[in-house]
Design a binder for this molecule. Sequence first.
Ligand code: NI
Length: 242
Amino acid sequence: MRTGVLALLLLVMWALPWFWYGAACVEEHEPERVAAAVRVEGPCVALTFDDGPRSDTTPVLLDGLAQRGVHATFFVIGDRIPGREDILKRMAAEGHQIGVHSQNHKALSDLNTAGLEEEVTRLEETLTQLLGQREFMIRPPYGFTSPCLRRWAKEPIILWSVDTMDWSDHDTDRQVRVVVDKAQDGDIILMHDIYHASVDTALRAVDELMARGYRFVTVEELFALRGVEPQGGKEYRCLPAG
Ligand code: NI
């Protein structure tokens, strides 16, 4: 009996320091854990979609983004808007950013100011009527810019740093690998919301990158997060931290 009590006492004496040590560890690491939570939660990237809206793909993408709580940026084509105004209103209502791709997908680099007014200003007016006054950033078709466009544009010109080339093969597996392997903090990712495969790619890439701690923001939000004031006529490809 006495040996039993002694053994128990010895066990308690042996275990106590471990208990204290464990408690001290938790305390010691607590400030670090708080700092990690306060730090901007992981890398941020902006998904951008050109050439829409399209009735049988864009709403499917919007459903998937809403389920994941993800905001993206849509650079739309003016000629595709009639009959699809509700899609644009839904984008805006759900927190997505809308920008100008062009009225009719012309290369803006070939145009003089009269042509730019026809391709850009006309679409800006349509978007203002639909969504109210706001800044509509410009994504030039094919990424083609010119000194004339840079001088003329009152809005920033948004290019990209990761190109999925999603129009070329409709191969979701390849496209997801491109996004997941290449995406880094501050990247602007180019996709098109007019292909079913691209919608699948976008949602799968979001799931994979979110699991790795990535956050998805609009281009405007990316500027704000980086503390960068977007300048009219200036080209931006990405906005990395620092
Ligand atoms: Ni385009």
